[in-house]
Design a protein around this ligand. Structure first.
Ligand SMILES: NC(=O)c1ccc[n+]([C@@H]2O[C@H](COP(=O)([O-])OP(=O)(O)OC[C@H]3O[C@@H](n4cnc5c(N)ncnc54)[C@H](OP(=O)(O)O)[C@@H]3O)[C@@H](O)[C@H]2O)c1
Length: 283
């Protein structure tokens, strides 16, 4: 097995590298400066001569609000680039893994979303992800497309780090309580991705830490663990005028993933506990 990671310096890429190193996998980790996945010539040149058995695409356009005014760049990164990587994987006989998002759903459902549920994105980012999934799955049969939600890890900025920052010097915070899903620890996503690779049961999967919560509940949990004494008040999505529409409910049911891998996914609270241990050590 020889793995190529793209976008390796993001949250998921960083945790994937930790696990691959610890488990002594052979891999090449690339960031956007070394391997820009929008540059087809460069990607082909890079892959040539390397006997990659797997390409794990951790690169993405993730700024959901900016995407509303950068629709084409977002589409290039989330639709065209994964499609190219899936195509190149097929040409070299490699397995391709790429990630999508709970943003493909409109949030009208009141119970966890399954892989077969009808997607109906509310934003440019959501559309780019859905089109990316479809493109990847249509060009290479040996692909895993994994939808995830509310990812947090040490490799980049995220909601956990933001609320810790916002709480400094404050006794009160207002956080939305009408967005419910599940926070997902990048380390668990990386770990379970590697377990899924052994299955060879290619296709579309959902992965989020188990349980569900609102953004407000997530913030309360993080800040309590950090020893903050203030109060987190509930706010509504409509209180903030953000360019991209958000679903009110987008919990992903991960039972297909669990049954293929044969292991239960830890709770989001357990994921946050482990994340905060890392966070405290680095601060
Ligand atoms: N974060 C979330 O809450 C969330 C939620 C649902 C789904 N997901 C999906 O989960 C996956 C992993 O997300 P993440 O949170 O780990 O992402 P992340 O931390 O934002 O990392 C994305 C990485 O992509 C790289 N990148 C951007 N443009 C590139 C290019 N042209 N060529 C190569 N690399 C490029 C970035 O590098 P530079 O910084 O150098 O540009 C960055 O390191 C993504 O597919 C994401 O869409 C994330």
């Amino acid at each position: 097995m020889k793995i190529l990671i793209t976008g390796a310096n993001g949250q998921l890429g960083t945790d994937l590298q930790k696990i691959l190193t610890a488990q002594k996998y052979e891999f090449v980790a690339t960031d956007s400066a070394e391997l820009n996945i929008l540059d087809e010539v460069r990607v082909r040149e890079f892959v040539k001569g390397n006997l990659f058995t797997h390409i794990i695409n951790c690169a993405a356009y993730n700024n959901v609000d900016k995407a509303e005014s950068e629709v084409e760049l977002c589409r290039m990164l989330n639709t065209e680039a994964p499609k190219l990587l899936a195509k190149i994987s097929r040409e070299i006989g490699a397995v391709c893994v790429t990630y999508s998002s709970d943003f493909v759903f409109d949030g009208k459902k009141k119970s966890p979303y399954f892989e077969e549920d009808v997607a109906n994105p509310l934003s440019a980012y959501g559309h780019s992800k859905l089109e990316g999934e479809r493109a990847v799955l249509s060009v290479n049969k040996k692909c895993f497309v994994i939808r995830t939600s509310w990812v947090f890890g040490m490799g980049n900025n995220n909601f956990n780090k933001q609320v810790i920052g916002w709480s400094q010097g404050k006794s009160e915070l207002s956080i939305v309580e009408d967005q419910v899903s599940s926070p997902t620890y990048a380390y668990d996503l990386a770990d379970f991705t590697l377990k899924l690779l052994n299955s060879k049961e290619y296709g579309l999967y959902h992965f989020s830490n188990s349980g569900e919560c609102s953004k407000r509940e997530q913030a309360e949990y993080v800040l309590k663990k950090m020893g903050w004494q203030g109060e987190v008040k509930g706010a509504k999505t409509s209180d903030f005028s953000l360019p991209a529409k958000r679903a009110h409910y987008s919990k992903l049911d991960s039972s297909k993933f669990e049954s293929v891998v044969g292991e239960k996914i830890p709770t989001w609270q357990n994921g946050i506990d482990r994340f905060l241990e890392e966070y405290k050590k680095s601060n």
